[in-house]
Design a protein around this ligand. Structure first.
Ligand SMILES: NC(=O)c1ccc[n+]([C@@H]2O[C@H](COP(=O)([O-])OP(=O)(O)OC[C@H]3O[C@@H](n4cnc5c(N)ncnc54)[C@H](O)[C@@H]3O)[C@@H](O)[C@H]2O)c1
Length: 325
């Protein structure tokens, strides 16, 4: 089957392309390379185009027998979304609407959407289950919630089947060393520390030391990107077999504080991490932790690489040799 992967040249998309190719799917990557990288393309056909432009995506469907879509293409920085909500709402909604329009026109009714834990906002309870109230606290989170909502309405009206995967903190790199994280600028915790240790980031700033957590730093649920990639293959298989739309959390259900991450990085790399303590950032919550029960039950998914040591070890291997860095 031919699968269209929008945003397949990005961090999570590229790892998923690898997993899909391994499972025998024919992959077509559709990406404008705004944050995607040539170095992260390891196979499949590539269409270099912007989803904001209706023409190329419509042509992609017209000229190929595409059976399903995975939609990773999005602006992704929470902090930037506060400063420039117009850009986030316009981009994340219009690109999704254009993609859905082209899909419906072509009669393609299966989509896996990259959603986020940001749809939950401030947790009322942890671990967070999928029935937790949806109340984002930033424009980025709202764009994810709105697309989830659009998918639900399109299902009712047009029979579009979808699984929205709500990722917690994606981290780590391909265990074979082929792929990894290459965001520019890099805002995620683990690569920020590693790039600092490699002298590729000037400083490492730790935001918030007065959260109501055991050591005062924020606790997050880190899930290995290869585990995320595998979950997409499982979700696609399920949706093709049992066309039931769902929203499913993807997290390891294990939380680590920033100081615990730093200590593990020091252990893995053998280097001391010096940081500058800064005040909490707008909208940062003390603890984010997923319940993975639904993913286990519905997808048969179990994280295999999401131990913190494996996450940091694979990321360290990648960043030391990463092309273009
Ligand atoms: N990284 C995380 O921890 C995390 C957590 C939750 C949700 N997500 C979601 O997962 C998805 C992938 O995240 P990522 O970290 O791999 O990001 P990424 O920036 O590495 O990948 C996004 C890809 O989409 C492409 N893209 C963006 N706009 C496009 C457009 N208009 N037309 C065509 N291609 C376009 C980019 O070039 C890039 O290749 C995003 O939707 C993100 O919101 C990520």
């Amino acid at each position: 089957m031919k699968v269209l992967v929008c945003g397949g040249a990005g961090y999570i998309g590229s790892h998923t392309v690898k997993a899909l190719l391994r499972e025998g799917y024919e992959v077509i990557v559709f990406d404008d390379f705004s944050s995607g990288r040539e170095e992260l393309l390891i196979g499949g056909e590539v269409i270099r185009a912007d989803l904001d432009d209706k023409g190329p995506i419509r042509r992609a469907f017209r000229s190929r027998d595409i059976g399903a879509v995975l939609h990773f293409a999005s602006l992704t920085q929470v902090g930037e979304s506060y400063l420039n909500p117009q850009r986030y709402y316009t981009h994340n909604l219009s690109t999704s609407l254009n993609l859905l329009e082209a899909m419906l026109e072509a009669g393609v009714k299966t989509i896996i959407f990259s959603s986020s834990a940001a749809v939950y906002g401030i947790p009322k309870e942890t671990p967070i289950t999928e029935s937790h109230p949806l109340s984002p606290i930033n424009p980025y989170g709202y764009t994810k919630l709105f697309v989830e909502r659009i998918l639900q309405d399109y299902e009712k009206a047009y029979g579009l089947k979808h699984i929205s995967l709500r990722y917690f903190n994606a981290a780590g790199a391909d265990p074979d060393g082929d792929l990894g994280e290459m965001h520019e600028p890099e805002t995620h915790l683990i690569p920020s520390i590693l790039l600092f240790l490699l002298g590729k980031k000037e400083s490492f700033e730790l935001y918030g030391t007065d959260f109501p957590t055991p050591d005062g730093t924020a606790v997050r649920d880190y899930v290995h990107v290869t585990d995320l990639a595998e979950a997409h293959v499982f979700a696609l298989r399920r949706l093709l077999k049992t066309p039931e739309s769902e929203a499913i959390n993807l997290g390891a259900s294990r939380g680590y504080s920033v100081l615990e991450v730093i200590s593990k990085v020091e252990e893995v790399t053998g280097q001391k991490v010096r940081f500058m303590a800064r005040p909490q950032r707008l909208g940062d919550v003390p603890i984010l932790l997923a319940s993975k029960e639904k993913a286990e039950k519905k997808l048969g998914w179990r994280p295999r690489f999401s131990e913190l040591e494996t996450i940091i070890g694979t990321a360290w291997k990648w960043h030391r040799k990463a092309p273009g860095r």
